[in-house]
Design a protein around this ligand. Structure first.
Ligand code: GLA
Length: 500
């Protein structure tokens, strides 16, 4: 009898625990039938190597096919990986199809072969806020494996990027990381934790993903590793030869060459230099300018070849202020468009390290509501979506926040607008993002310390008739409405998609 009661209690406790965790998961699990995801427009440069893994959720095995695939490209029908050479200039209207025993799904994909890359914000993972100087080749490969195995790649995450600390330093306790910055030929030297940079990029590519790395225009990176100063051309070529597809260029010690207060041409110079060099390589290399917003970088980021530019300092130091950071970033919305994006820094949810002490990954300081808010705000702003937490500790909740394809569709929308902000009170605001299909994404945002009732008043938003309203996190239609009233929790964002 006692044993039976104990069993009952155990079942009850397990149920409570499960339902608590489950109640935080708003999004229905992906169906076994295929669902093709990802951007509907994609820029690549003619004649360059092309690599794209069609993002598709659903049970494997799955068979992929592509309509109108240019003959310079090949598709692996089992993996959905397209490779080859980008065809000549022009727009190619492709149609992706994925099929399995449960059904099929299609999606259009406009391949624009021309000068402009990143027609939608880039998506991926960055090592910094999880691993700092602990990063190794092994962790990078593991991150690529996990991007596939968790389904992150099936909703569009694509870049696997190492941040600072892949190259030798002259400080610290780890002898594997200490060594000369360059060899006798002037080639930048990775740490012993990165024995084969080309092998690493090849490994990431073998999964259909893309590889990114980091350096500084200064002699030193922010953690005292070797930077690119006076070796820019050699490094740009080396990064391309290794096969990297993304470069983050971080100001760091460049302040010793040019003070931050220098005239604008001086602030632009190192970025223009590297931008031109990257464009000379026989690869599409996305270029992320990281100089914390100096000299109103949003006004000239595209001009120096950047596809994205950080609009402020490190978000890791400001995690208690994600609403304020989003509002500040949104002030520059007019300067972003397909090909060039404001970057308010990485998504730091799940397990993250401690930015101040470089500590080991631990649960992030956010409530579940705040984690949804983080992703909602970044999607509404059309910000690059880089997860920067510990991939080995991703749980169902974190994956559900990162991987809702309807939320990602808002971020990746082909129109490329950042949401307009309508301030209602000092702590509440509505964000409205126009979408390519004529609809809007709307976020009702409550940065206050208490839950509050909020209304999205259609006439204030410029709508003349009732609107179909969809709850994007729950993937649920709510009906046709004259206006939308809701209670938004403390630090919450209610994310909707509305259409006529
Ligand atoms: C700066 C950048 C961060 C990160 C670190 C690495 O602080 O803003 O994103 O790259 O350097 O040292």
């Amino acid at each position: 009898m006692y044993a039976c009661r104990r069993l009952l209690f155990a079942v009850f406790a397990a149920t409570c625990l499960t339902s608590k965790a489950d109640s935080q998961i708003l999004t229905p699990k992906p169906q076994p039938a295929p669902r093709v995801n990802g951007p509907t427009i994609y820029g690549a440069r003619p004649g360059h190597p092309f690599l794209y893994r069609i993002p598709a959720q659903g049970e494997r095995p799955m068979k992929f096919s592509v309509k109108n695939l240019p003959n310079t490209l090949q598709l692996d029908p089992d993996t959905g990986i397209i490779s080859g050479t980008t065809p000549g200039r022009g727009t190619y209207n492709l149609r992706f199809k994925a099929k399995n025993k449960h059904g099929s799904s299609q999606r259009t994909f406009r391949l624009v072969s021309g000068d402009t890359l990143s027609l939608t914000p880039s998506m991926g993972w960055n090592s910094w806020y999880a691993h700092y100087s602990r990063i190794t080749d092994k962790m990078m490969r593991e991150a690529a494996d996990i991007m596939i195995s968790t389904g992150m790649a099936d909703v569009g995450y694509q870049y696997v990027n190492v941040d600072d600390c892949w190259m030798n330093t002259d400080v610290g306790n780890d002898p594997q990381r200490i060594g000369p910055f360059r060899d006798d030929h002037g080639t930048i030297m990775p740490t012993k934790h990165f024995p084969d940079m080309k092998g690493l990029a090849d490994y990431i590519h073998s999964k259909g993903l893309k590889a990114g790395l980091y350096t500084s225009p200064g002699p030193l990176t922010c953690t005292h590793c070797g930077g690119a100063y006076e070796h820019e051309a050699q490094d740009a070529k080396q990064f391309a030869d290794w096969g990297f597809d993304f470069l983050k260029y971080d100001w760091c010690s460049y302040g010793h060459i040019t003070p931050r207060t220098a005239p604008l041409p001086e602030l632009k110079k190192p970025y223009a230099t590297m931008g031109a060099l990257l464009q000379q390589q026989n690869r599409d290399i996305l270029y992320n300018l990281c100089q914390y917003g100096m000299g109103n970088v949003w006004e000239w980021g595209t001009e120096v070849g950047g596809q994205s530019w950080r609009t402020s300092g490190d978000l890791g130091f400001e995690l208690s202020k994600i609403f304020a950071v989003a509002l500040k970033n949104s002030e520059h919305r007019a300067f972003q468009k397909p090909g060039g994006w404001n970057d308010p820094d990485y998504i730091q949810i799940g397990y993250i390290g401690n930015a101040r002490g470089g500590g080991l990954p631990a649960p992030c300081p956010f409530t579940p509501t705040e984690q949804y808010s983080f992703m909602s705000l970044w999607s509404l702003m059309a910000s690059p979506l880089f997860y920067s937490g510990d991939m080995t500790k991703l749980d169902d909740f974190t994956l559900n926040v990162l991987c809702n394809p309807e939320v990602i569709d808002i971020n990746q929308d082909a129109l490329g607008e950042g949401a307009n902000v309508l301030r209602l009170t000092p702590t509440t605001f509505i964000m409205v993002k126009n979408l390519e299909d004529g609809g809007q994404a709307i976020g009702l945002c409550n940065a206050s310390e208490e839950q509050t009732s909020m209304t999205a008043n259609w006439s204030a938003l410029g709508f003349k008739s009732k609107q179909h309203v969809r709850d994007v996190w729950r993937q649920k239609d709510l009906g046709k409405m004259k206006q939308f009233d809701t209670i938004v929790p403390k630090h919450g964002v209610v994310l909707l998609r509305v259409s006529n």
